[in-house]
Design a protein around this ligand. Sequence first.
Ligand code: DGY
Length: 327
Amino acid sequence: MNLNKPLVLMTHELPEDWVGELLEDYHVIKGINEERGLDSSLIKYLDKAEGILCLLDDPIPAEHLERAPKLKVVSNMAVGVDNIDLAACSRLGIAVGHTPGVLTEGTADLTVALLLAVCRRLPTASEDARQGRWTNWDPTGWLGVDLKNSIVGIIGLGKIGSAVGERLAAFGAQIIFTNRSPLPEKEKKLNATQVGLDELLRTSDFICLHVPLTEKTANLINEQAFRKMKSSAILINAARGSIVDTTALTRALKEGHIRAAGLDVTEPEPLPPSHPLYKLDNCLITPHIGSATFQIRQTMAKIALENLSAGIKGTHLPYCANPEIYT
Ligand code: DGY
């Protein structure tokens, strides 16, 4: 091991042309791609590591951080940092890097794609065509619901929620939203109305989740929430799986408490192939691809490396999720 260079533990391989040169300044030890978090091949180097480069499904718990006295930075190639014990990092003076902004538009695009695919029943229609069940132009076949004049409820009008609101307002939907703080400018821009969660759940035709996963938002959409929704409601989740109670969602879809769901994120993630949600034709599931474009993923990697480099140099991270460590 060349310890003239700072040691970086990298949980997952990234394409050479995304990170190649940027990693040359470090001695990098890579983990096993199929494993999540710091696998045993990485854990044994924690005492010497100055940086960790990880992905959003790599748990980085306090017990690992506490075994890394030299660790200066945990750089997550994601905007969400719910996989990292942020409080422990702050307590230990470890900077946490993330990648906000770059995936806003792409994730909003994917949210709208999911919503349209679910409300116009694209997976069922496509499968029926493929299987020879398209026998005539059927006046009552594959009917979906209109987006125009519908009420779209956005839970969390941050960057991604606002970008979704802009897109859906252009489709002629009426936007309502919940947010921690009042947002009069966004209300004006989107011709939207800020409401309480109960009202949003009761009145929305489409409900889109765009809050980060925190203690407060975990299981926010639970059995009681589903009972409040219209039986025609469609739920779209491209935020974090744990915001929705998966068992309650499965029941709501099976028993018709809501019409359908589009999920880019699930709990657990990945959702095992045997999961009952896959058997429901009113549920469309994609494998957490909100940011999956060549351009976005490459930029995310670049920002993650910039954060890593700043952290190891001891300078302010360009995108820091726990800026309190600097005060
Ligand atoms: C993130 O970066 O947190 C997103 O979920 C990736 O798609």
